[in-house]
Design a protein around this ligand. Structure first.
Ligand SMILES: [Zn+2]
Length: 385
């Protein structure tokens, strides 16, 4: 059993190459976490995730709490055993999903009151109960309950939101430490769980700094930047990331939540981010958008009907080694489930390979070259050939 730890192995500029140690194994960083919302990465088996080189996955507390419930998962041996994934797992706090419920939730200092999207039942998620739930689930890394600031938000609204997030973070930390010390009736499914604090503050640099300092003062095993990728322009996001990481401890992991496109990952690593999660590779695959070194292609497009080439000739994945664009287009246009599986595997492979390429580049001191080359070839606009 490892206790939690993080080591920066190499650094180039602000970009870091590191190693994260958790109760369920080691994660090489910068790392991308595939999103397994309800205990499953959509359309992909855990065996395939392993083969692709995924080292850590993310589960969503909101969904798992509602169904099948954290108590049920704890009875079944914790989330790792329940879903058959023995590697590291990070769970979010459930906050982000609740804030997305808009008219079905009410936020007070006590916590977030909401109605389930499944059956309308009423629930209250507090900083303490979010810690309890994640402890029963047994995540290797748990997140504090935070209030995600919408974009755009005035400085006043963003300030109030980050103050509440800081108060909640202190309560979450107290509860987390009490659980770990055996002072509560919560039995952790994974001993040695780490807890990350979350920096908010919208797109206001001064508020980000205040939030970072308040969160670091509480003291967590790692720090996340939340409330970005919520509709702000990408250059604003890059700027805020670059102005927030200097206020986070050098020796601890930094996680940018819910981001993003491949070029966002490169630009955020360049600004000192170590961990990412995003639904884009799997969601886009289900919508027929597959990634290549030059940019995304829409596999449903008629131009691929006779295209015998793989999605990306340079890709090592099972999909690219065995199937043509024409076949994938056929699967997508007939709604065959295999299309979602093959597309998701390819897109996840693409993300994981970018992370590995960045790790190597930072080790070899060639990250800036990698970054420039990447932007020279990759375009966010869908390919037109
Ligand atoms: Zn591929």
């Amino acid at each position: 059993m490892h206790s939690f730890g993080f080591t920066v192995l190499a650094q180039q500029g602000a970009a870091r190459r590191g190693e994260l140690r958790t109760a369920h194994g080691v994660v090489q960083t910068p790392a991308f976490m595939a999103v397994g919302t309800r205990g499953a990465v959509k359309a992909v088996t855990h065996r395939d995730l392993r083969d692709l080189g995924a080292e850590i996955i993310l589960g969503n507390t909101y969904h798992l709490y509602l169904k099948p419930g954290d108590a049920a998962i704890a009875r079944l041996g914790g989330l790792h055993r329940f879903i058959g994934w023995d590697g590291p797992i990070l769970t979010d706090s459930g906050g982000y999903q609740i804030f997305s419920l808009a008219d079905r939730r009410r936020i007070t200092d006590a916590g977030a009151e909401f109605r389930s999207h499944l059956d309308g039942s009423k629930h209250l998620l507090t900083p303490e109960s979010a810690a309890d739930i994640q402890s029963r689930l047994g995540a290797d890394i748990a997140m504090v309950l935070d209030e995600c600031t919408a974009f755009p938000a005035t400085p006043d609204v963003a300030a109030r939101s980050l103050e509440r997030t800081a108060r909640w973070a202190a309560r979450a930390r107290t509860r987390h430490l009490a659980i770990a010390a055996g002072e509560t009736d919560v039995v952790p499914s994974t001993p040695g769980q780490a807890q990350f604090g979350i920096v908010q503050g919208g797109v206001h640099e001064a508020l980000r700094r205040v939030s970072a300092e308040a969160t670091v003062a509480i003291g967590f095993e790692g720090y996340a930047i939340g409330g970005l990728s919520v509709g702000e322009p990408v250059d604003v996001m890059y700027d805020i990331v670059g102005r927030t990481t200097p206020h986070l401890p050098e020796a601890q992991p930094r996680y940018l939540m819910g981001t993003g496109m491949p070029d966002d990952l490169v630009e955020s690593v360049a600004r000192g981010i170590d961990m990412f999660d995003c639904v884009l590779p799997t969601r886009n695959a289900r919508n027929g958008q597959l990634l290549t070194r030059e940019g995304p292609l829409n596999i449903r497009n008629a131009r691929y009907a006779d295209d015998d080439a793989p999605v990306d000739a340079a890709c090592r994945c099972y999909t690219c080694r065995h199937f043509s664009r024409a076949y994938l287009r056929h699967l997508a246009s007939t709604g065959e489930m295999l299309g979602a599986t093959l597309g998701s595997m390819h897109n996840l492979c693409f993300y994981l390979d970018i992370m590995e390429a960045m790790r190597k580049a930072i080790e070899f001191g060639s990250f800036e070259e990698f970054r420039q080359n990447f932007h020279r070839t990759f375009s966010r606009q869908p390919l037109t050939r």
